[in-house]
Design a protein around this ligand. Sequence first.
Ligand SMILES: Cc1cc2nc3c(=O)[nH]c(=O)nc-3n(C[C@H](O)[C@H](O)[C@H](O)COP(=O)(O)OP(=O)(O)OC[C@H]3O[C@@H](n4cnc5c(N)ncnc54)[C@H](O)[C@@H]3O)c2cc1C
Length: 329
Amino acid sequence: MSLPQFKLLRPRALEEALALLAKHAGSPAATRVVAGGTDLIPSMRQKLFEPEYVLDIRNVGGLKDIRQTDSGVEIGALASLTAIEQSALLRRRYPVLTEAAATIASPLLRNMGTIGGNICLDTRCLWYNQSLTWRKGCGFCIKKDGDLCHVAPGGTKCWAAFSGDTPPALLCLAAEVEIASAAGTRRMPLSAFYTGEGDAYRKLRQDELLTRIFLPESSADYRGVYRKLRVRGSIDYPLAGVAVVMKRSDGHIADARLAITAVNPAPLLVKGAGELLAGKRLDEALAAAVGDLAAKMARPLTTSALTPEYRREMIRVFTKRAVLAAAEN
Ligand SMILES: Cc1cc2nc3c(=O)[nH]c(=O)nc-3n(C[C@H](O)[C@H](O)[C@H](O)COP(=O)(O)OP(=O)(O)OC[C@H]3O[C@@H](n4cnc5c(N)ncnc54)[C@H](O)[C@@H]3O)c2cc1C
């Protein structure tokens, strides 16, 4: 599958990148941002995007660093997934993030792929991530060029699943993201970045870039794990994913956070998990109850290889195992 024609813009400074975005952010098809390109380029080959301009931000300076600040750790959006995985600082202070990053795709793709691209990752569906010919043969779908949802016929909502691995870990760590445009910067909790819709899945305007991720100092005491369901042991996107972090005190759980991915149009913090676990001594029954809570929040449909029932069940099982493993950690 060939790439569509486009004009390549290669800024070297953030101000230049933002000015170019502002200049070309006319119609929705006008400009696409590319960082590592591991998701965007295959999608362009499938003609999911045929932008007039591609803004390659790889050479923009100052957005690759991972550094300790007074209030926590700041990560540039262009930090590669390998840099996240191998960062001694993150491994020591926020190990659930390095563990989640290490499960993504393959070493080569982690060298290319960035944390910003992972957060901004397009939602996925069996009816969407296909060639133009394939999609045309099926009458297209609500996410691209059509008005029918093949996985929930009769509905008006797009159920394509958000399938990134680092966002559930980042949600557990109460991460915030910095969004920049020529008009200035804004900062928001990552939990507010996603819309919950499969089509317009993120709150990012055409003229905006995600520039930095902030991990608060208060989350550095939390230890946790990430568990992921996939067909093959490597290279595959998650079909269900669970991140759990905990803070322990005197043999009890002082606080806990849980987030799921790949089973909804957005990665989600599981509400009530912290309340269920806080102040308790963990046993199998309590871990199973947390698994039930997580499974209730999962709304998988036939958007990927395995059945929705299996994926929801795996959220239950993986949550229970992850909670028990996090308590051991
Ligand atoms: C075979 C294969 C397997 C994969 N397996 C996994 C997996 O297991 N888990 C997983 O999470 N991902 C997986 N991926 C997807 C991808 O490799 C990663 O999600 C990666 O982190 C994407 O980052 P990138 O820099 O390459 O993004 P790009 O492809 O450059 O961009 C992805 C999207 O984000 C936007 N974007 C990128 N950076 C910014 C920014 N700073 N500001 C605003 N918008 C931005 C782009 O416009 C695009 O919409 C896989 C990909 C392939 C090809």
